[in-house]
Each structure stands twice: as structure tokens, then as C-alpha cells.
Design a protein around this ligand. Structure first.
Ligand code: CO
Length: 132
């Protein structure tokens, strides 16, 4: 695999609005984008830190995977996202190595990126996103 950087860390929260005073007021980060990703039933808020980002994920529906995650594990770190030159190439490469894929092909994520998820069963329990 050719990982170029940690693209972002995804953090599941019940309310983005309730978290803004901490991320902006305490950490001093600036939220530069809030966006709803309809097919994932999630609202996202992005903060830049150097070359990487924090992505807050708020469920927009009770059957959202983020809502289920919060129900099971509580709020907190949800996934790590690595930048790769080609998501499709990276998927092909890890599939050959027996890694379980959540997405067999890239799909459209927040910020117009191509993304795909690897199953935590195959990634030492950390839900892993690839971004292009
Ligand atoms: Co993400």
C-alpha cells in the first residue's frame, strides 16, 4: 500500500453543535465545512490541523451506522482515514491479501473525495477508510 498521510480522524458525536465550543473555543480549530452525506445518513464537520483533519460525524437518522455505533460504544473515535493515490488500486491490493472490504469499489464521501472502508475484523479492530 502507498499511504501518503493520515487524511483525517473520524469521531462519532451525538451533536456537532454541542462539540463546537470544545473544538473551536478550547482547541482553537476552525470548522471550515459542515455537510450532510445523505447516503451515509450523517452530518459531518471538518477541522484542519496542519495537513490532516478531524471529521465529526453526527447521525441524521436512527438507522445511521453512526447512530448504531454510538448506541453500542458511545461517542468517540470512529475511524482512521488514510490518503492513497488510488482507492481502487489500494482495494485491489488489500483484497488479494485477504482483507475484508466494506466497499468493493470507491464511492463518494464528504468533500467530494473517493472513499472506501475496510472492515475492522481485518484491520486490528480499527475501522479504516481510504481516501483519494
Ligand atoms: Co471519514
Amino acid at each position: 500500500m502507498n499511504l501518503t498521510q493520515i487524511e483525517h480522524l473520524g469521531i462519532a458525536v451525538k451533536s456537532i453543535e454541542a462539540c463546537l465550543p470544545y473544538y473551536e473555543g478550547v482547541l482553537g480549530l476552525k470548522c471550515y465545512n459542515i455537510e450532510v452525506v445523505e447516503d451515509q445518513k450523517v452530518k459531518t464537520a471538518f477541522f484542519k490541523i496542519g495537513e490532516t483533519k478531524i471529521e465529526l460525524l453526527e447521525p441524521t437518522s436512527e438507522d445511521s451506522t453512526i447512530a448504531k455505533f454510538i448506541e453500542k460504544k458511545g461517542e468517540g473515535v470512529h475511524h482512521i482515514a488514510f490518503a492513497v493515490p488510488s482507492v481502487q488500486d489500494a482495494l485491489n491490493e488489500v483484497a488479494v491479501k485477504g482483507i475484508q472490504l466494506i466497499d468493493k469499489a470507491p464511492r463518494k464521501g464528504a468533500e467530494g473525495l473517493k472513499i472506501a472502508f475496510l472492515h475492522p475484523k481485518s484491520t486490528c479492530s480499527v475501522l479504516t477508510e481510504l481516501c483519494e
